[in-house]
Design a protein. Structure first.
Length: 218
C-alpha cells in the first residue's frame, strides 16, 4: 500500500508539473489583442493598485496576461484550486486560498490588506462554484474598503474548447486569436450603504457581461 501511495504522489506531481508547462506553452502561442489597456497602464504609471475582475470560465487568459505584474489572486481550497494555485505561483502571483463558502471572510480581509500595500488583486467574481456570470460581492467590497479602483475585463477567444462545467470553462486552441477589453477604472465610494452597494454590484455584473459580449466579436 505504501508503494502504491508513493506512485500516486509521483504521478500527481508529474501531472501538475506538465500542466503548468503545457499551459505556459499554449498561452505563448496565442495572438492576443488588448483593447483599452491604457486604463491599467495609466494606473501602473501612477503606481496605483487596482482590482481586476473577470469571469471564472475565461480566467486562463487574464491570469497569463498579468503574470509578474504584482498581483495577489484568490483561489478555492479545492483540488482544482490546488492546481490553479500551483500555476499562479509559477507566474509570480501571491496566492490567497478561500472562497465565499470556505474561508471567505479571512480571504476578503487578506485581499483588502494586500491591496493597501504592494499588490493589485485579481478576482473571478462568479467563482468558485457560480452561478456563472453572476457577480458576488468580493471584488466590489475589496475595492470599496481599500479605496482602489475596479477594472472589469471581458475576454473573447475565437477558437476554443468549452468544457461541460458549471462555468463552461474556455480552453483556447493553439495560435488562435484572443481579444481582451478593459473597462475604465470604477471608483467606489467607501460610504456607500448596503442598498447602493448591491445596485453597484448589479451594474458591474451587467457591464462585465457587455464587455464579454463585445470581446467575442472578431
Amino acid at each position: 500500500m505504501k508503494l502504491k501511495k508513493i506512485w500516486q504522489d509521483i504521478l500527481r506531481f508529474l501531472g501538475h508539473y506538465l500542466s503548468v508547462y503545457l499551459i505556459d506553452v499554449l498561452c505563448k502561442s496565442l495572438k492576443i489583442e488588448q483593447v483599452n489597456v491604457e486604463a491599467i497602464n495609466n494606473l501602473k504609471a501612477q503606481k496605483k493598485n487596482y482590482v481586476l475582475a473577470f469571469w471564472h470560465g475565461t480566467m486562463l487568459i487574464p491570469w497569463y496576461l498579468h503574470k509578474g505584474d504584482g498581483f495577489a489572486a484568490l483561489t478555492s481550497r479545492s483540488k482544482d484550486g490546488d492546481l490553479l494555485a500551483k500555476i499562479l505561483k509559477s507566474w509570480d502571483y501571491r496566492v490567497i486560498r478561500g472562497s465565499s463558502s470556505s474561508g471567505g471572510n479571512k480571504a476578503l480581509e487578506m485581499m483588502v490588506d494586500l491591496s493597501k500595500s504592494e499588490y493589485s488583486i485579481a478576482v473571478t467574481p462568479d467563482g468558485p462554484r457560480g452561478p456563472a456570470l453572476q457577480m458576488k460581492a468580493g471584488a466590489i467590497i475589496t475595492a470599496k474598503r481599500s479605496g482602489i479602483p475596479l477594472i472589469l475585463l471581458g475576454i473573447g477567444i475565437e477558437k476554443k474548447k468549452e468544457l461541460k462545467s458549471w462555468d463552461k470553462f474556455q480552453i483556447p486552441k493553439f495560435f488562435t486569436k484572443v481579444k481582451v477589453i478593459y473597462s475604465e477604472p470604477i471608483y467606489i465610494d467607501r460610504n456607500l450603504g448596503y442598498s447602493e452597494t448591491s445596485n453597484l454590484i448589479k451594474m458591474c455584473e451587467s457591464k462585465l457581461n457587455e464587455l464579454q459580449l463585445n470581446a467575442g466579436k472578431f
